[in-house]
Design a protein around this ligand. Structure first.
Ligand SMILES: NC(=O)c1ccc[n+]([C@@H]2O[C@H](COP(=O)([O-])OP(=O)(O)OC[C@H]3O[C@@H](n4cnc5c(N)ncnc54)[C@H](OP(=O)(O)O)[C@@H]3O)[C@@H](O)[C@H]2O)c1
Length: 207
């Protein structure tokens, strides 16, 4: 099976990917971490952060485990990186190369556990080509944020996506799908799985 390009994001019930005032020190914005509450209930995500406990038998846990094991490289925007730079541990959860889109050149930032952040200043195609080469047979995750994912959707470079909808109301903030026109987002539903905390919606992009 050939390698896929996908994104996988949390959304509030009112469609936000981050609350207002997102910045380094306030990742995901005001109220935004509520969208990821289910993630921290899983043993597999806690394991990546060196936190004991969590449920290892839930569908949510299996999903997180598969998400990280299928991914061989990541692409993200500089605003997402800026939040993570001050928040991720010395051994960040990626354990793979991460290509950060930016207009500010910077030397690679090598972290523990196999995560190296590479700063890419020559556009989305270049970042994706580097990520695909690094990922080999594994998939490439376009991590976010909204601006970055939108550019890959508009360029027709995404194969699949998952959105995790939580019953949280953010009221304002950053929307994923603003500025897209219907012709740019042609999806078919692959599956929908729910737990008490979250509904996982899987889609495939069609031509
Ligand atoms: N809900 C979720 O699951 C989830 C997942 C990921 C992120 N987020 C949230 O999303 C927010 C960030 O998203 P965002 O849409 O504001 O920003 P973003 O996509 O993370 O980053 C945008 C920045 O990336 C750089 N960039 C983007 N495209 C580029 C290109 N083609 N060439 C060169 N540089 C490029 C630019 O930085 P320069 O200033 O260097 O030009 C641009 O300002 C954060 O609050 C984060 O917490 C949420």
């Amino acid at each position: 099976m050939s390698s896929k390009v996908f994104f996988d994001v949390g959304l509030s019930l009112d469609g936000y990917m981050a609350g207002p005032n997102a910045r380094p020190g306030n990742p995901l914005g005001d109220g935004g971490p509520a969208m990821h509450g289910w993630v921290f209930e899983t043993a597999s995500f806690r394991e990546l952060f060196g936190i004991p406990g969590g449920d290892s038998s839930s569908a949510d846990d299996a999903l997180i485990r598969r998400l990280f094991s299928r991914t061989g490289a990541y692409v993200m925007g500089r605003r997402m990186f800026d939040e993570g730079e001050v928040g991720w541990p010395e051994n960040p959860p990626f354990r793979a190369p991460v290509y950060v889109l930016t207009h500010s050149p910077r030397e690679p930032w090598v972290r523990q556990g196999g995560t190296t952040f590479h700063f890419v200043t020559d556009g989305i195609e270049s970042a994706l080509a580097q990520a695909k080469a690094a990922a080999g047979d594994k998939d490439v995750r376009i991590s976010g944020g909204a601006d970055t994912i939108r550019q890959y959707i508009q360029a027709g470079l995404i194969d699949e996506c998952t959105v995790h909808v939580t019953p949280a109301l953010l009221g304002a903030g950053l929307r994923l799908l603003d500025q897209l026109v219907p012709e740019e987002l042609k999806l078919e539903t692959v599956s929908a799985i729910s737990s008490k905390l979250v509904t996982h919606l899987d889609y495939r992009f069609t031509a």
